[in-house]
Ligand binder design. Structure first.
Ligand code: SF4
Ligand code: SF4
Length: 430
């Protein structure tokens, strides 16, 4: 057993209010520079939506991550360079239109405008060329338009929609998905870099780009299935989320977690067995990756693991952080947090508690398996997002969430403790 430590994050999607506050300090600190205008190391997507960059989840368009072929693992895109391959040809890159052309406004027009009958207005202009642009797309554009896009009506004035289209909105569901680099255990970005510029830190698993070594090949951009590496057009080098490592080293949390209004983010340290990575990434089916992924994680409160970790040189402060971190319990003990698209086989380290969606008076019956399918967000959709289509782990997580919610409600409102609610889903009061 080879024990290593890894920074990880768990996000409770039930609590995300889509305010984007998390993205703003990240933008101000890390990508508020020339060449980085279009980059959002942290973005918040409206689901089901097209995403940022557009359709990043569709691996037929944006190839990335790993595929298992005849028992062997291969990069889908951005493979290492070999003699005979045209090194300038990287066909799987997203274009600027897949992200968006960044814009701002000429605010001086508002201030300098001579007195007129009508209020002055400003037109958007490209931050790249300075020319006026017609806005076509931006990160989270579909926050407002997803319903219309789904109906295909394309009528942004809502004037010509048929009554049937209005009625479809009764069934509309949505939730927010905050996204950042997954700091994967088996990062496709690192494997696809021909310059060896991307690396995973030995001590805490944070994935970084060595700016001195980067040669701008952009194979990491196409290789990352989550599309969380970006190309800085000014410096000609790749950039990505650094998990706020200078703050982490100073004992602080990441900016996105620090600023999160909904308090949805739990940052912690996980211990894992590096010897079990290979069997997990080579799991025989996409649905088998998630359980194998869990097998890698080690209980930091197990005295034997603690002894072995110390003997293998895991620093005492890292071990202490792993012991007090809620991430292991949320992910493995309680099975509440699930990985995003485990079928990409990069073993992501950002985990999501699935949203219960509006439950209102349905809280209690939701624990029963026949009624859990009545939740507004379709089970199949969540399973495709989080467990490669396997609905069982999503059901378990949702039932447990619902039971805990009901338990807390009876405690606080009815002033009684109904332990049977927790027993029914295999949880105890601790
Ligand atoms: Fe690399 Fe992050 Fe993409 Fe994983 S999510 S492949 S660590 S850039
Ligand atoms: Fe969601 Fe928190 Fe970001 Fe607001 S700050 S969008 S609640 S993750």
């Amino acid at each position: 057993m080879k024990i290593k430590a890894q920074y990880a994050m768990v996000l409770n999607l039930d609590k995300c209010i889509g305010c984007h506050t998390c993205s703003i300090p990240c933008k101000n600190v890390w990508t508020n520079r020339d060449g980085a205008e279009y980059m959002w190391f942290n973005n918040v997507e409206c689901k089901p939506g097209i995403g940022y960059p557009q359709k990043w989840e569709n691996q037929d368009i944006h190839k990335g991550g790993w595929q298992l072929k005849r028992g062997r693992l291969q990069l889908k895109a951005g493979g290492r360079l070999h003699k005979g391959i045209n090194i300038f040809h990287n066909p799987d890159l997203p274009t600027i239109d897949d992200y968006y052309e960044p814009w701002d406004y000429d605010y001086a027009r508002l201030i300098d405008s001579p007195k007129r009958r009508h209020q002055p207005s400003v037109r958007p202009r490209s931050r790249l060329t300075g020319e006026p642009i017609n806005l076509k797309w931006g990160p989270n554009w579909e926050d407002d338009l997803a319903g219309l896009a789904e109906t295909g009506a394309g009528d942004t004035n809502f004037k010509n929609l048929e009554i049937e289209t209005y009625l479809q909105f009764r069934n509309v569901f949505m939730f927010w998905l905050p996204r950042l680099c997954e700091h994967c255990l088996n990062p496709a970005c690192v494997a696809s870099c021909p310059s060896g510029a991307l690396y995973k830190r030995e001590e805490d698993g944070i994935v970084l780009v060595d700016q001195e070594r980067c040669r701008g090949w952009r194979y990491c951009v196409s290789g990352c299935p989550y599309k969380k590496v970006y190309f800085n057009w000014k410096t000609g080098r790749a950039e990505k989320c650094v998990f706020c490592y200078p703050r982490i080293e100073a004992g602080l949390t990441t900016l996105c977690a620090h600023s999160c209004v909904g308090r949805i983010r739990y940052v912690g340290v996980l211990l894992y067995d590096a010897d079990r990575i290979s069997p997990a990434v080579k799991a025989p089916s996409d649905q088998a990756v998630y359980p194998a992924h869990l097998d890698i994680l080690l209980d930091p409160n197990d005295p034997e693991i603690e002894r072995a970790a110390t003997a293998q040189g895991i620093a005492s402060n890292v071990l202490a952080a792993a012991k007090r971190s809620p991430t292991y319990a949320l992910i493995k003990e309680w099975r509440l947090a699930l990985p995003l698209h485990p079928e990409f086989r990069t073993l992501p380290m950002v985990w999501y508690v699935p949203p219960l969606s509006p439950v209102s008076s349905q809280v209690a019956p939701v624990q029963e398996s026949e009624t859990i399918d009545r939740l507004r967000i379709p089970m199949a959709y969540l399973a495709n997002l989080l467990t490669a289509g396997d609905e069982v782990p999503v059901r378990t997580a949702l039932k447990r969430l619902s039971a805990v919610r009901q338990y807390m409600r009876t405690q606080r409102v009815e002033k009684r403790s109904d332990k049977s609610l927790l027993d029914s889903v295999g949880l105890d009061e601790d």
